[in-house]
Ligand binder design. Structure first.
Ligand code: GZL
Length: 310
């Protein structure tokens, strides 16, 4: 291993600014429209900047991400980009990267590790704020209703977005006891699972569901199909709240089948490459860099759909 600073001998620092870098990218998977757009954004930014990309799709499996990071270390890449599928279980492999003097950039999702020397920076959305935005919209929309029953489709169990989007949503609703989350289960961020779990919710609580809060748009789109097959009108009988603001959500809102989506911007590839190059050139970076994002409602969908990039 290198000196205590973790820089490897004759390694990245020789590249200085403008040198061609070899960058290993351990991506979660291809589970949603959001993920596909995110992968494209990061891949394009790396290759457009003239760097070499080594890419791994972990198919949402933690062991595959650990294998990929070990492979990048063995290949002595100059930097590792990593979106951890879940928050825990990566400390050992991140220590191995540090000992090998390879800087790690957390992109999109974070890890729950005390020792923040194991990564250079975390570039990603504030998922707790996304949950708050979803709940604040709901309070605006239905705050004076007697009783509002909510079913929740959670993202991947143990993932930062699933944990934080739930936390932010519940934090706001804590002040509004007329809102109740009557059912909550993971749909693993996929359309198929979202539809399956929504079918189960409808079977048990069908006529007592007023709102669906889905941790991403893909599960919401699956749930919309289930609601229609059940014989209810999504967007009317059951209000639909999603997160990501992918094209599929704008299409559903334009069709009157979805009410709101909280933006989670995947297109941070260029910002990420800039951060890597700055670090390699010796610049100090903030430990936490948030991605700017908004919220979009049904009435805006028609007009904005053509402008959406993902
Ligand atoms: C959020 C990202 C989440 C998206 C889902 O930054 O990690 O993972 O919200 C994706 O669509 O599966």
């Amino acid at each position: 291993g290198g000196s205590e600073s973790g820089q490897k001998e004759g390694g990245a620092e020789d590249k200085g600014a403008g040198g061609k870098l070899v960058i290993g990218f351990s991506q979660v998977g291809a589970e949603s429209e959001w993920r596909t757009a995110n992968t494209e954004s990061v891949k394009k930014a790396i290759t457009d900047a003239g760097h070499e990309l080594k890419f791994s799709d972990a198919q949402q499996k933690q062991e595959n991400q650990i294998k990929a990071i070990r492979s990048f270390i063995a290949q002595k890449v100059d930097a590792i980009v990593f979106s951890p599928v879940v928050e825990t279980g990566f400390e050992t492999v991140l220590k191995e990267a540090k000992d090998a003097g390879i800087p790690v950039f957390l992109a999109d999702r974070a890890v729950d590790i005390e020792d923040d020397s194991l990564w250079v920076t975390f570039l990603g959305s504030d998922f707790i704020e996304e949950g708050r935005k979803a709940a604040n919209w709901l309070v605006e929309e239905m705050g004076d209703e007697e009783e509002v029953n909510i079913v929740e489709l959670q993202g991947t169990v143990g993932s930062a977005p699933a944990i934080d989007r739930k936390e932010g949503f519940e934090e706001v609703l804590a002040d509004h006891p007329n809102f109740k989350i009557t059912k909550s289960q993971t749909g693993d961020f996929t359309r198929a699972k979202g539809k399956e779990v929504m079918e189960a919710f409808l079977k048990s609580d069908g006529d007592n569901i007023d709102v669906l809060y889905s941790h991403n748009d893909d599960m919401a789109i699956g749930a919309i199909q289930a609601i229609e097959e059940y014989g209810l009108k999504p967007g009317e009988d059951i209000k639909i709240i999603g997160v990501d603001a992918v094209k599929g959500a704008f299409e559903a809102m334009a069709a009157g089948k979805m009410n709101v989506t909280v933006e989670c911007n995947p297109l941070f590839g260029p910002q990420l490459v800039e951060l890597i190059e700055k670090h390699i050139a010796g610049e100090e970076l903030e430990k936490r860099i948030a991605v700017e994002e908004s919220i979009y409602t049904m009435d805006q969908a028609e007009e904005l759909l053509p402008t959406r990039q993902y």
